[in-house]
Design a protein around this ligand. Structure first.
Ligand SMILES: CC(C)(COP(=O)(O)OP(=O)(O)OC[C@H]1O[C@@H](n2cnc3c(N)ncnc32)[C@H](O)[C@@H]1OP(=O)(O)O)[C@@H](O)C(=O)NCCC(=O)NCCS
Length: 192
């Protein structure tokens, strides 16, 4: 196990604490979420549930070096309302996942606020480009990426397969490069 990465730290936004979570805490936090079909597909990219043991190996498996989890904690109430994941690949490439478990917070700009802070953090520490392959049915996710400045680069298919066809579903490919993020006019930035 390597030294803990400087990326692996708690962060703050205006309304939220972003608490770094390791593998065990992530596993325990999300165990009930895996019974929720929307969260199951959106966060865990799985059309079906697995046993707890299978989940332990399947992940998410944040390790603080290439895979990072942050619990989203409301500053107002102190409760955990969701989880954000960032995975770093080779060559400065990264992607993310998110779920807001507490539906009372849907439609209140949580993802844009939280992800903006994380994008700044990762771009400041070596990440060159974020990419995303989003199920074309997941309008909120696509809108959130676009709002953060991601541009659509083409059509693709989801990595997880639709059980009825055995194939990936239609997806939208998006990307955000570091220079695009740092070049955004101050007024357009969402990480303040
Ligand atoms: C993804 C998720 C976190 C989004 O939550 P959210 O940010 O509160 O989503 P919102 O309802 O605010 O939708 C985001 C934007 O999409 C727009 N939108 C949502 N559904 C839409 C639709 N059907 N058509 C057009 N626009 C839509 C909203 O108006 C909003 O736009 P705005 O920022 O301009 O107001 C939440 O739906 C979730 O946890 N889903 C399950 C897990 C998941 O799918 N994760 C994503 C995988 S990466």
């Amino acid at each position: 196990m390597g030294r803990r990465s400087e990326l692996d730290c708690d962060l703050e936004t205006e309304r939220f604490h972003l608490r770094r979570f390791g593998r065990l805490r992530t596993f325990l936090l999300t165990r009930r979420w895996r019974r929720d079909p929307e969260l199951l597909e959106g966060l865990f990219l799985s059309p079906r549930p697995y046993s707890l043991l299978q989940w332990w190996f399947r992940g998410p498996r944040p390790n603080g070096r290439t895979r990072f989890a942050h619990a989203i904690v409301s500053k107002a109430g102190g409760e955990i309302i969701g989880l954000h994941l960032v995975v770093r690949l080779r060559d400065g490439l990264a992607y993310c996942h998110v779920a807001v478990h507490d539906r009372a917070w849907w439609g209140r700009g949580v993802v844009v606020e939280v992800r903006a802070r994380l994008l700044s953090h990762f771009f400041a520490h070596g990440t060159e480009r974020f990419v995303a392959t989003i199920d074309a049915r997941n309008a909120p996710s696509i809108f959130n990426y676009r709002r953060l400045g991601f541009r659509a680069t083409g059509n693709g298919t989801t990595h997880d397969r639709d059980p009825s066809t055995g194939q990936g579903r239609p997806a939208v490919e998006l990307e955000l490069r570091r220079e695009d993020w740092t070049g955004l006019a101050q007024g357009d930035r969402h990480d303040r």
